[in-house]
Design a protein. Structure first.
Lengths: 369, 369
DNA sequence: CGTTACTCCGTAAACGTTTACGATGGTGTC
DNA sequence: GACACCATCGTAAACGTTTACGGAGTAACG
């Protein structure tokens, strides 16, 4: 009655031992009556395992709740099942949206993500973060680099694993390849919408020129105008904040230079300038048309609901993850950028609804009464 | 001329070999002319190493750019230098703010963070996520659980490492301890502000009752009112969205039940209801006072600028990380919750500026003219 | 029946650390 | 001068996997 059908269980730890040590591949092996090598094979879907044995091992694995020790795996294979995300610490709309979406698709593809955020000065912090990520054992790194300086730091940094940068309109280098949404197109969409509405005097409340997004949206605005045979109007460069937009718009009002239409580089920017106008009795869209960029939550309930352009972060994340995984595995993948869409609401209207034609043809005198 | 002062370098890989293999502890050892044990000792600040040797080893480490292999360390010590963050996938203000802040303080304390987000149904996904985090080798887990169901799933789940939950007003269990900001206080602050302004008819546009935040903010509103000897007014339970608030407010207008003052459970909620009022010529704060909750970016440029309450996510993150680290190390730490602050702007005004007294004392007839 | 080939499985070594233990040399004490 | 003691260092084993290799069976084939 000694050796039963299950061979060498006796000389091993009892399956339901009181101690909560995590079961190892050896525990599984002894209980299933096979060698650890066989267990490893079923774990890795290797051939050379009979169906029956595979079944049995799988059953034991489920029974005792075995889970593969990632550290051990990583140690011996030196490849990993996690990818690193490097982001700037800013809680801004774009970066955060991208970050969340990225985590989502990574998880669905079976990768854990470890994220690190960096701060100025980037030169040091970026290299340090890349290193940390590296010896955490990530297989690849995606960096969300909205600001130009950060991207530069990434370009100058060295890293053993593939690095992909999400940066609108930045170029790729041998070490670092780039992917992004086609934000220039987004800006063109916005501007073209204004053009289609009959506006000819279209200003731009730009974002920060330290940001790729700011640069590229401005470029789109310009290009769109030129393509339509129009000369670009006023372009004010700001910092994305409502505050800047508010004060700048106030200035415009004082100088009686309020344009017919404005493409705001972000919804927050739009928010600020709309308030400045509202306080001075200039109505949107009756007196001035505004279109934003981002479609932040609530922008459909601004006063008025904001016409804006929406980026598809999920699609962006999906694609860029695909691209990174491709790079990690040496595959080659499609890299056409995602296209944003225009969402039309109520903040931009037909141009000649009023008599205003000149560059400052706003009926002055505050208050709608 | 064979054996020089540096003993066994010859039989090892050349220091500047062309291949880019990462240097190991052995590389350091052979170059420094000591055994790997000694290197390990200096790495871990162990005693039993002479100052001179330590110096030399440190120098070599720096020279060849040695970095400790975390997988190997984790494998043998089974403790780790990373902490896991579990979050719901929602890009909502509170959770995201907490997440970013958490990552920040973790990094500053020398921990990497690996984040996983879960979706409904929580029962399965939470346990799976906890497991994944566990065998990623995290030393502890912080879960950002704004919604009640998710918290329940966490309570029911099992996990070897300490789990801390950030959930407003939820209670701790033996397995899972809880930490949060004192949101009830926040709600009281908001309500009290309205009371101080002389309002007696104070309604609440609540958030979702599936969220702790929704529940706790409502509780604060109620309690504050009772403490002041007032009977709580209308309480509408929504879903945080501007849309819901907009439509609900519209309903109120139609039924002529617009209250004197409203405590909105979130800034987005406030945004929606303010628009509904604006469309109907009901002015904020002249006709109805509104205070929000969150202080989202741009709320200072709403029309009107929103009086609201701000949470200190950085402080929250700092404290909760402290608490988790304490649990991991068996320490005991202070756990008094962080307090939010009221930020007064322009959306709430003195009560009796108009004759309106009755529950529906709004001058009907749209348009400000 | 002997050979070959194939299927399935066990074994050993390696991955880069940490930890416990043992070895060595020097210094002090009686 | 013998002894113990301390400081410093080297060595072996272990952590839980994967991978390369080899060996035992079995089936096919002459």
């Amino acid at each position: 009655m000694a050796g039963m059908t299950v061979p060498r269980e006796a000389n091993e730890r009892l399956p339901d031992a009181p101690l909560r040590r995590k079961p190892t591949i050896n525990d599984v092996a002894s209980i299933a009556g096979v060698s650890f090598g066989t267990v490893s094979r079923v774990l890795n879907d290797a051939p050379d395992v009979s169906a029956a044995t595979r079944q049995r091992v799988l059953q034991v694995i489920k029974d005792i709740g075995y889970r593969r020790n990632r550290a051990a795996t990583a140690l011996v294979t030196s490849r990993s099942t996690s990818i690193g995300i490097l982001s700037d610490g800013s809680p801004r709309f774009g970066p955060v949206g991208t970050l969340m979406a990225l985590e989502n698709v990574a998880r669905k593809k079976g990768y854990a993500t470890t994220v690190i955020s960096v701060e100025q000065p980037y030169e040091e912090s970026v290299q340090a973060a890349l290193d940390t990520l590296d010896d955490t054992g990530v297989g690849g790194i995606i960096v969300i680099a909205p600001v130009v300086d950060m991207a530069a730091a990434v370009w100058n940094a060295s890293c053993r694993v593939p690095v992909e940068m999400i940066a609108a309109g930045a170029s790729s280098t041998p070490n670092v390849f780039t992917y992004s949404e086609n934000q220039e197109l987004g800006a063109r969409l916005a501007t073209q919408h204004l053009i289609d509405l009959g506006h000819t005097d279209i200003a731009h409340f730009a974002g920060s020129m330290d940001w790729f997004d700011g640069r590229v949206r401005k470029r789109g605005w310009e290009a769109s105008l030129r393509d339509a045979g129009l000369t670009p109007g006023l372009c004010l460069e700001g910092d994305w904040s409502p505050r800047w937009a508010y004060e700048t718009a106030l200035q415009l009002v004082r100088e009686e230079k309020v344009p017919q239409a404005i493409f705001a580089a972000s919804d927050h920017t739009a928010l600020g300038l709309i308030r400045a106008f509202a306080e001075n009795g200039i109505r949107v869209p009756d007196d001035v048309s505004v279109v934003g960029f981002d479609d932040i939550e609530g922008s459909d309930y601004f006063l008025p609901p904001l016409t804006t352009v929406r980026q598809d972060f999920t699609a962006l994340a999906l694609m860029s993850m695909e691209v990174l995984l491709g790079a990690m595995e040496g595959r080659d993948v499609d890299r056409t950028p995602i296209e944003p869409t225009l969402v039309v609401r109520a903040s931009a209207a037909q141009a000649n609804s009023r008599g205003s034609k000149g560059p400052s043809g706003i009926s002055q005198g505050a208050g709608p009464e």
